[in-house]
Design a protein around this ligand. Structure first.
Ligand code: FAD
Ligand code: PYC
Length: 382
């Protein structure tokens, strides 16, 4: 089995192919260095408070696996379940948030609706005063949500893959998918051709560049998504805070950096850098919510390339090409899903069939219209 892309998804898929399906001839091909794409560029937010049943099942399973992984992979990647507040600032957002909390609870996901006094207790540095331009009127609260150290997660997976005999090949770009009619035969790479019976694409942001030469167009658009960090500070921020309305989110990393992000840059592009006005707007929004941040300095900004689908949900599963499988379209939210992606994508590659959790996420939904519209819960980053 050949996997294209050694980000979190490719590595997790290789891990489950070997660990759960006993497959040993697995290669993961990476154009750059291990986990140098979005895996190392994301802001590490893990949560499962999505609205729809299909999403709750998939992201809920991911969260359960995150809780198991430190012991299973024997690696402490600093999973910190410090909770996430999704703020609301208008009456309609209050209604939407309450609806989401009820839907979450029906799906067994820990969720509460909290008022400003409770928000102030959970996050004392957040300004909940009523005289703001957009006062904080309430929030959803998921206590089991949190953050983890993404580079450590990649190392944990890579180490275990290596122990299980997986070939991890860096500096090996797949330039073409090789096919005979509607059967995929392998890949052309910057280091030569490699035959493979099954090829799984886990090449976030760049999937269409590989499928389009085969005549397989995908409902994906690639955009830069930026983030930034401050210098190291004392621990001042106890949880994760997101606001779709003023459009910023923030947590504090284990070492002390404030980690901030916002929406995608609106234009399409493959550059791993973004434009300054997005950063300006998110800093303005951050200062409205956290006046204390006026004392902090930005020390680094960067971007990754994310691929966004029309319904803000991923595409997982088979293609019209025999032997070719897709995992793409995770947009701004695939880090939290990493363990579940590994499991369901490995299932597809090993058995040729969709895992029950992945069944609703097939490419055919863009023909049947059975979309999984998660724009609300995909949150601030869309
Ligand atoms: P990647 O790490 O990008 O892996 C894909 C790999 O494929 C890359 O290493 C790339 O080099 C390789 N590749 C591409 N083309 C080829 C080719 N032709 N040949 C060989 N290799 C190839 N998600 C969350 O859940 N929570 C967050 O807080 C969050 N924050 C984010 C913040 C930012 C700034 C960004 C950019 C993303 C964020 N995300 C977040 C989204 C998340 O990072 C992605 O959805 C997820 O990482 C995608 O899966 P991956 O880890 O496999 O991707
Ligand atoms: O999906 O929670 C998320 C997220 C936060 C920042 C980017 N994506």
């Amino acid at each position: 089995v050949m996997i294209v892309g050694a980000g979190g998804h490719g590595l997790a898929t290789a891990y489950y192919l070997a660990h759960e399906h006993g497959i040993r001839d697995i290669a993961v091909l990476e154009r750059g260095w291990l986990a140098g794409g979005n895996m190392a560029r994301n802001t590490t937010i893990i949560r499962s408070n999505y609205l729809l049943d299909e999403s709750a099942a998939l992201y809920g399973h991911a969260l359960e696996l995150w809780e198991r992984w430190p012991a299973e992979l024997d690696y402490d990647f600093l999973l910190s379940q410090r909770g996430v507040l999704n703020l609301v600032h208008t009456q309609q957002e209050i209604r939407d948030a309450r609806r989401r909390v009820f839907a979450n609870r029906l799906n067994g996901i820990d969720a509460d609706y909290v008022e400003p006094d409770e928000i102030a207790r959970l996050c004392p540095i957040l300004d909940v005063s009523p005289d703001k331009r957009y006062p904080v009127l309430g929030a959803t609260w998921q206590p089991r949500a949190g953050i983890a150290k993404h580079d450590h997660v990649a190392w944990a997976l890579a180490r275990r893959c290596s122990e299980l005999g997986v070939d991890l090949v860096e500096n090996c770009e797949v330039t073409e998918l090789l096919a005979d009619g509607d059967r995929v035969l392998g890949v052309r790479t910057s280091r030569g051709d490699i035959a493979a019976g099954r090829v799984g694409l886990a090449a976030a942001g760049r999937t269409s560049t590989l499928t389009e030469p085969l005549g397989l167009g995908l409902p994906l658009q690639s955009h830069p998504l930026q983030a930034m960090v401050s210098e190291l500070l004392e621990q001042v921020h106890p949880c994760v805070v997101m606001s779709n309305h003023v459009h910023v989110y923030c947590s504090q990393a284990h070492k002390g950096e404030l980690v901030l992000g916002a929406g995608i840059d609106s234009y399409n592009g493959y550059g791993q850098r973004g434009s300054v006005q997005v950063l300006e707007r998110q800093l303005a929004a951050a200062l409205e919510l956290f006046p204390l941040f006026a004392r902090a300095h930005v020390i680094r900004t960067w971007a990754g390339v994310v691929d966004v689908t029309p319904d803000a949900s991923p595409i997982i599963g088979a293609t019209p090409f025999d032997g070719l499988f897709l995992n793409c379209g995770w947009g701004t939210g695939g880090f939290k899903a990493t363990p579940a992606v590994g499991r369901v994508f490995a299932h597809a590659l090993a058995t040729g069939r969709a895992h029950p959790l992945a069944e609703p996420y097939g490419l055919e939904r863009f023909r049947t219209g059975a979309l999984i519209d998660e724009h609300g819960a995909a949150a601030v980053a869309h």
